[in-house]
Design a protein around this ligand. Structure first.
Ligand SMILES: *[C@@H]1O[C@H](CO)[C@@H](O)[C@H](O)[C@H]1NC(C)=O
Ligand SMILES: *[C@@H]1O[C@H](CO)[C@@H](O)[C@H](O)[C@H]1NC(C)=O
Ligand SMILES: *[C@@H]1O[C@H](CO)[C@@H](O)[C@H](O)[C@H]1NC(C)=O
Ligand SMILES: *[C@@H]1O[C@H](CO)[C@@H](O)[C@H](O)[C@H]1NC(C)=O
Length: 410
């Protein structure tokens, strides 16, 4: 029975932009602006927590989507289980209705395919254990504000639970995200999942034919073969010689957002640079960018990354919703006892050559003479920063792109 339900629900899963549609010059409401500003704090706080976990290589998550998952917890929680969300989002003064409306407004704005020319599919689902009964009010309002679907699942039957979860994720991302999880660790709580596919569309495309195989140095002694794409253009650039790293900002279509790369001069573990990551530092770097002729080479790869944020969110202050003995999510289930056993945040990101047509006129000037090199052949950090709302759409690091091992240099 639940299989048929699942298929039916999958059919109605649409992107978050379904709720309302953003207009090109719409001004964000003040509460949405507050939430957008705070997504940067959330981005760096969460990034640091994930980075210190064992065995994490690539990192990829969307702070604005995490914020909306937190909003969902506030919607389903009571008392301090709900108020903890506002503390994390630094929005204690924002009223409940404004919190939900503001988060929806923000996500609708930044994921709008028309004004942004972005491909960003976001599907959210709350899986409850068989024993749960979802409160009708919650089902409606979580769909409205957070585009979240619900279903029950028999977590004790781990194998079939895992396969139906992964099937749902694959299906709702057009096959781009084949796996959210390999296992169900805790069978007695709820599982919240964001499944996403993001494909940035450059403000100026790369040459589709200027793609070749190069080495990416995962470490000084381990290189994998990846496709690299190349182009020369005028970009915001800063060589931070003191910290031995380069900052490059490449605008996405309509220049409403930009991908910021933070790359050490040489191959090294990223923890040195990660320690510096704060909102203030980012603002400092952004303030020093200068339009510079750059010959850019970037891996043309797709990344699929899934994080269980349950622990990291707990460390950020969401201690109750994730704790069976403390959680009060009774607005979801009508009674106490339900808690968030896992919070999967899974995304597929496709780095490609697509973008708007190049402005060829620059090639007839001498502005692109003697470009500096930005050759991304070793681990780097990146973030997709929204210029209009000042929010962080994605943050991550590429440490180990998919690719065959090339050689050992001993
Ligand atoms: C929280 O928000 C207030 C304004 O509402 C701001 O002054 C403060 O710097 C923010 N704190 C953090 C940690 O973002
Ligand atoms: C982005 O714009 C290009 C034209 O430059 C168009 O072909 C493409 O379909 C657009 N993509 C989206 C997601 O709107
Ligand atoms: C859930 O799965 C377990 C393990 O396969 C099984 O023993 C149990 O009967 C199932 N429960 C329901 C309600 O289907
Ligand atoms: C995806 O959903 C469709 C129905 O919407 C179904 O026919 C198909 O088998 C599903 N595919 C996967 C991989 O789950």
């Amino acid at each position: 029975m639940w299989m048929t339900n699942l298929v039916a629900l999958v059919l109605v899963a649409t992107s978050a932009s379904a709720a309302t549609s953003a207009s090109p010059d719409k001004v964000l409401s003040s509460h949405a602006t507050i939430l957008a500003d705070n997504s940067a704090e959330l981005a760096f706080g969460l990034y640091q927590n994930i980075a210190k976990e064992k065995d994490v290589e690539n990192i990829l998550f969307s702070p604005v989507v995490v914020a909306s998952s937190l909003g969902l917890v506030a919607l389903g929680g009571k008392a301090s289980t709900a108020s903890q969300v506002k503390s994390i989002l630094n929005a204690t003064k924002v009223k409940d209705e404004q919190l939900h409306a503001g988060l929806a407004e923000l996500l609708t704005e930044v994921s709008d395919p028309k004004t942004r020319n972005v491909t960003w599919k976001i599907s959210n689902r709350l899986y409850g254990p068989n024993s749960v009964t979802f409160v009708e009010d919650f089902v409606k309002s979580s769909k409205k504000h957070y585009n979240c679907d619900h279903s029950k699942i028999n977590f004790s039957d781990k194998k079939s639970a895992v396969s139906s979860i992964n099937e749902w994720a694959a299906n709702s991302t057009d096959g781009k995200l084949p796996e959210v999880t390999k296992d169900v660790e805790k069978t007695d709580g709820a599982m919240l999942i964001n499944a996403m596919f993001f494909k940035p569309h450059w403000d100026e495309q790369f040459h589709h034919k200027m793609v070749d195989n190069r080495g990416f140095m995962v470490s000084r002694s381990y290189t994998v073969s990846v496709q690299m794409m190349h182009r020369t253009g005028l970009y915001g650039f800063y060589d931070d010689k003191t910290n031995k790293l380069n900052i490059l900002s490449m605008p996405l279509a309509h220049k409403k957002s930009t991908v910021v790369f933070i790359m050490p001069h040489h191959t090294e573990p990223l923890d040195r640079v990660e320690k510096m990551l704060t909102k203030k530092q980012l603002d400092t770097w952004m303030g020093k960018l200068q339009q510079t002729a750059i010959a850019v080479s970037l891996p043309k790869v797709s990344m699929e990354v899934s994080h269980d944020l349950q622990k990291s969110l707990g460390e950020l202050g969401l201690t109750e919703a994730v704790d069976k003995s403390k959680a009060d999510l009774s607005k979801i289930s009508g009674k106490k006892g339900l808690y968030l056993a896992s919070v999967f945040h899974a995304s597929a990101l496709e780095w490609g050559t697509d973008g708007n047509e190049m402005d060829m006129s620059v090639f007839s000037t001498d502005k692109l003479k003697n470009p500096k090199l930005f050759y991304a052949d070793h681990p780097f950090i990146f973030l997709v920063k929204d210029q209009k709302t000042n929010s962080i759409l994605f943050i991550g690091r590429m440490v180990r792109p998919k690719g065959d091992k090339m050689r050992d240099e001993l």
